[in-house]
Write a protein that binds this ligand. Sequence first.
Ligand SMILES: [Zn+2]
Length: 195
Amino acid sequence: MLDDGRVLHAHFRMTGDWHLDRVEDELPRFARAAISFDDGTRVVLDDPRALSTLELHAANAHPELGLGPEPGDPSLTARALHGALAKRRGPIKPALLDQRLIAGLGNIYAAEALWHARISPRAAASSLTPKQLATLLAAIRRVIDRATGARYTDASINRLAVYDREGKPCRRCRTPIERTVQAGRSTYFCPSCQT
Ligand SMILES: [Zn+2]
């Protein structure tokens, strides 16, 4: 939602994701759209396959987006998430990218949050306990706040815990980070401390 009430709706499709940087930085190779803010930060829609779409809806248009709550929405609780995942088949990581479940959670932040919560991206979504989901939800909020909140710095972007760190030591236990592909998206995880 923009300050003037208009709604900008991004569909990441297969390979799109947000990339956060500063206006003076060189654009990522597959930048498709860029939104610059007054404080010098910039949000770039980065998409190698250019399948993503951006829709701008007029204020009060109330578009039926079929979107779930955003990560910061108080209605998104561990209990609600547990209910939504109970009948779901398949692993947790692709579920987190389903915009009907949680709106606006990108691929990088989903991988990062799972690492912080010590949950394997391959864990069955329906097998997670409310306690694990509470931990995961807190991790999602922390990861997003760190990227977009007041403490935003270049260094915080460059210090991802697992994303794009295949073969590098886990920042918790030193086990080499592994990469896998789920539903067409790369994910990175520690095979030792994410179970
Ligand atoms: Zn580890």
